[in-house]
Design a protein around this ligand. Structure first.
Ligand code: NAG
Ligand code: NAG
Ligand code: NAG
Length: 346
């Protein structure tokens, strides 16, 4: 791979990365079996569980995608799974790992997203993170990235930490994005109990090259595999008007977990990731947001990488294989929520 304008060599970054990786302590999680905390969401016939019930495969074929949901709602929590994505030609295929409460709050739902957007054969998977609070679907907070590995070769851990103070997205033990809650965000910060969802579905209309590349069912079934399932947090009943569950202690124990605070090593890894692999940020998209959303922290070293459209400057583009036509336009379209509960197009 070529890395364009960076004066430092790829080798330098590889060594730096390995150094950071091995100085980061792996998280200590209790993993769950599927039946302990999850339920099928749609298309059971495309959900395959391993005999030990620790691994679940979600398939997309010409008949349907598939999805699972946590059996409970969580009032803040840590949601994590090791995921292996489909290989070969995955244009138009979306694998989503996200928290939401759209089933309970149709009009003012909250949501935290990790969405993998497939790609044509030979080109890498890309993914985005996003946040909605209290139905803020008209102002998305997307960031888009590539990865430093092939996510269809091996399983890697993807995690969403959601606390009353901050939200952190992780890839393996690397924090890739932190949103620190502030008063100006008001309802835009998710604050109502959410469930965890994992889905695979046909997003031919938007996912790859602005919808130009559709799912090619010659390659079916598209198989995504989820294992090392982790759900930590305060389980509540969202239908109770005033929750009888007191989450104070559970939230306090969440806040002191190693993954709730980013160490100085973690900050270095995050900087490394964002400078190297982020290719769109709503925080730097001043065409869409003349005033950046209130939680945005403008990092000068990041800012200088992006045009006013929030996209990478031409000379910064990686390897020449990222066509990003009309992304901004697509991003401004409101989100549509499908009856099955999975989140559809941006
Ligand atoms: C990991 O978590 C378990 C259960 O919460 C605990 O008993 C154990 O001591 C922890 N191990 C480390 C290395 O922190
Ligand atoms: C969330 O939205 C509801 C309905 O639109 C509104 O009544 C409520 O005040 C909002 N909450 C916050 C925290 O903004
Ligand atoms: C919730 O629990 C905490 C700590 O256990 C306690 O201090 C607080 O008063 C409780 N709140 C309510 C509303 O019961």
């Amino acid at each position: 791979m070529e890395y364009g304008i960076h004066s430092r060599t790829p080798l330098f970054f590889c060594l730096l990365f390995l150094f950071l990786l091995y100085t980061t302590i792996a998280f200590n999680h209790t993993t769950l079996r599927f039946h302990e905390a999850y339920s099928p969401l749609f298309s059971d016939f495309n959900i395959q569980r391993s005999p030990d019930d620790k691994t679940v495969r979600l398939l997309l074929n010409r008949f349907s995608g598939s999805g699972i949901i946590s059996s409970d709602y969580y009032n803040y929590g840590f949601f994590s799974a090791s995921i292996k994505l489909p290989a070969e030609n995955t244009a138009g295929v979306v694998v989503a790992f996200y928290t939401s409460n759209v089933d309970t709050y149709e009009r003012n739902h909250d949501e935290l997203d990790i969405e993998f957007m497939g790609n044509v054969k030979g080109k890498p998977w890309r993914f985005q993170t996003n946040m909605y609070g209290n139905g803020s679907t008209s102002h998305g907070r997307e960031e888009r990235y590539r990865l430093w590995f092939d996510p269809s070769k091996d399983s890697h851990r993807y995690s969403i930490l959601w606390t009353p103070k901050n939200t952190i997205f992780y890839v393996d033990e690397i924090p890739i994005r932190e949103i620190v809650r502030n008063a100006a965000m008001a309802g835009d910060y998710p604050s109502k109990p959410m469930s965890l969802y994992a889905t695979i579905w046909d997003a031919s209309t938007w996912a790859t090259n602005g919808g130009k590349e559709k799912v090619d069912y010659k390659y079916e079934p598209f198989v995504s595999e989820f294992t090392n399932l982790v759900l930590e947090g305060c389980i509540v009943d969202p239908t109770e008007q005033i929750s009888s569950t007191n989450c104070t202690d559970r939230i306090a124990s969440l806040l002191v977990k190693e993954y709730s605070t980013i160490t100085s090593e973690g900050r270095k890894s995050m900087k490394w990731f964002r400078e190297k692999y982020m290719y769109y940020s709503s925080c730097y998209d001043s065409i869409r947001y003349p005033v950046p959303p209130p939680e945005c922290v403008v990092v000068p070293s990041e800012r200088e990488m992006f045009q006013n459209s929030g996209r990478l400057r031409e000379k910064m583009k990686f390897g020449g294989n990222h066509r990003r036509h009309r992304r901004g336009q697509r991003s401004r379209r409101p989100r549509k929520v499908e009856v099955t509960g999975q989140v559809a197009a941006l």
